[in-house]
Design a protein around this ligand. Sequence first.
Ligand code: MLT
Length: 252
Amino acid sequence: LPTAESIVPAELAGCTAVVFDVLRATSTIVTALAHGCRRVVPVVDASGARELAGRLAGENTPVLLAGERGGQKIPGFPYGNSPLEYPPEVVGGKVLVLTTSNGTRALNGAAKEAHTVLVGSLLNARAVAQKACRLGRDITMVCAGTQGQFSLEDTLAAGMVVLEIVEMLDPGWLCSNHQPSSSLDLADFAVAALHLARTYRDNTRRAFDHSRHGRRLLNMGLAADLDWCASLNTFQVVPVVKKESSYLIIEK
Ligand code: MLT
């Protein structure tokens, strides 16, 4: 489902939602948590993020304030939305308060409806597929997109998770003469995403060259971010969104 926080699909009710914003919010969240970040707090707006980071710092919580608008670091924010900004020595043991244009909105939107929200990317596609299957509910892929528009890279990552699920549950599904099993009831969007994943599986980086937001980031000199986000199944972490009093937290 291509979505934004303002469009909270009713289909999410009671299911496991996997949210993708591969370039770059969910890749940044996965990287930070894999590198020892204590938790990520996804905030919709910049002023809310600033206020919350100030409050946590006042309680002696080690906090990093991070965010992006239009792909650029927000003025006055010490950190941006590049996964490369978060090596273990920077992010280890810290709370990352993060606001981004689309990704943190999609996470907040999904958390209003879904039973469980997982954070997906190419970096952890296989681990996400395994965890989502273990949870045993219907699974909905939520592609953050760009300003409500379809995005190739998010659909690719969703397709990678679908591909992993198909290979786990019904590997014959992809053979031309195979009768799909009833245990695997894929929506048409999931089938389309699956075929996209098969196309780019051996060169995920190429998909970013073909995507509008990928080309935009390239033009901003962020090729190293794209290289990082394109890597497949680097991490085992599966971040889970939880509710904490007045805000959401994401932990592994
Ligand atoms: C977003 O949330 O829209 C992004 O992750 C944008 C970006 O920083 O590339």
